[in-house]
Design a protein around this ligand. Sequence first.
Ligand SMILES: [Zn+2]
Length: 305
Amino acid sequence: MANFQPSVTDPADFDVAGYQLSLPVDNARYACLYGGGPGGLRLNVVALTDTGAPTTAISLLERQASDAEGPSVRRFRVRAIREGTYSIHAQIPGGNDDYSAPLLVRVLPDRGDGRIMRTAFDASRSSLRVASHKLTSLDIQLIFGAPRGAALPDEDRKTYDIAQKWLKFQAYNQFDTLGQLVARGAIVRANMLIAKNLRLDVKDFMRTGEGVYGRAPIGNVVEGMECGTAFFDHGPNCRRDVVTHEFFHMVGVGHGEKHGDPIPEFADRALVNSVDLALNSADHLAQMVAELNGAVCDACLRPAD
Ligand SMILES: [Zn+2]
């Protein structure tokens, strides 16, 4: 036999004795399927209503188990979409015989998590538009104004200084045309990543029980964005910037590592010292966008921000 157990990384709201998971609408938790022998890998894991019909009120996504859970464990994200009582079954293929006690899933009423996540998403979109507009204006100045040795207009100069700080090109020198060319290259590439971020049509946001701010797999839009408890413990600017950051991951941006290197858990700002590394850092890009919106960067360091 197989059995469902809480995930090691996200055990919240899993009642082991009751063999039950209780979570509000727009939340997701992880459950692991242990055992079942080598055939356990072939069990069909399905979500059903209390009358045994297939349901879309909860959705299941299989993810690779963490190292702590072990190689023979199957890990599922259980996402609550509509209120009600459902169950998850591990069935023997070719019939509907359970090979595990069904895990009961109670989807509790909406407590407003979805609204908070969608508000942060909207704020992230407008901040990206503002940043893109400013970078485009600066780019035009660098093409048409600066090569002739003109000083940048104040607003564009501010944009230059913020972009220079996060994208790691050199400080502005109106007589250095090569330096301006390098800056332009970085600005245009950053603006392309912002445009890609803005184009993402992701509506799947869910609150997990994990302590993180946000989670989104690199280069993957299908799985949507997970928001952890730290996301909800902070203010709107932090949440907005977390969405911006995670969406940069979804368009393939890492944490400031060299192309092909494994992705570190966080971007180490001391190591991100070139344009190429900065353009591969969701941290640098998201903080640049925040600052271009007049916000003080690192909003998540201030719980109320
Ligand atoms: Zn990240």
